[in-house]
Design a protein around this ligand. Sequence first.
Ligand code: TZP
Ligand code: MG
Length: 217
Amino acid sequence: MKDVDVRVYFIMGSFNAAYGEPLEVLEQALRGGITCFQLREKGPNALQGDEKLAFAKSCQQLCQAFGVPFIVNDDVELACRIDADGVHVGQDDLSAAEVRRQIGEDKLLGVSVHSIEEATAALAAGADYIGMGPVYQTGSKPDAKPVAGTSRISEVAALFPELPIVGIGGITAANLDSVIKSGADGVSIISAIAGAGNPEKTARSIVKAVQYIGVNL
Ligand code: TZP
Ligand code: MG
């Protein structure tokens, strides 16, 4: 398992930026101190082909300039083509073991899980971190599973203390407290940052909130 700082893990597709250009939103989030970024370019409004490739490269360059890992959701071919830092997959995508085989040992692998069984399998397949949710109601994933709260995060964190867990779904600066206190190592966020009027300021307040809880645990 490789080290990855998932404390404030921003996720975005080009269509998630509510105000302004998506690359401007990402740059602001990076300035605000996000520790990890995932390009999640999927769904009906997603860029395709060369446009997706160009957007991914631009996101990657920004992340590199800030020294933040750049992870691609689901698209192993794209990730390998541009030499991304890693790939994130869900349970309905290519299996985690197959992704690990294709990206090699040096790249980061993240897996979305919803149970102890799925967490166990992700770990066995070589996951470097897992995502768990939706913790709260989300408007960013139409096919999201029912709201799960934080209890399963606590169970998995107790079982696998070394495996970084990132909570996802409806998380904001105001409600991340219980996610971190339940045992998550970080929070994954789309709309609270991508939909903010001031993404930099919002990202910074989330970073501060996570750090504050971190030192007081
Ligand atoms: N998986 C579970 S909830 C979710 C994903 C990708 C969306 C999270 O977005 P938001 O806007 O932070 O609720
Ligand atoms: Mg842990």
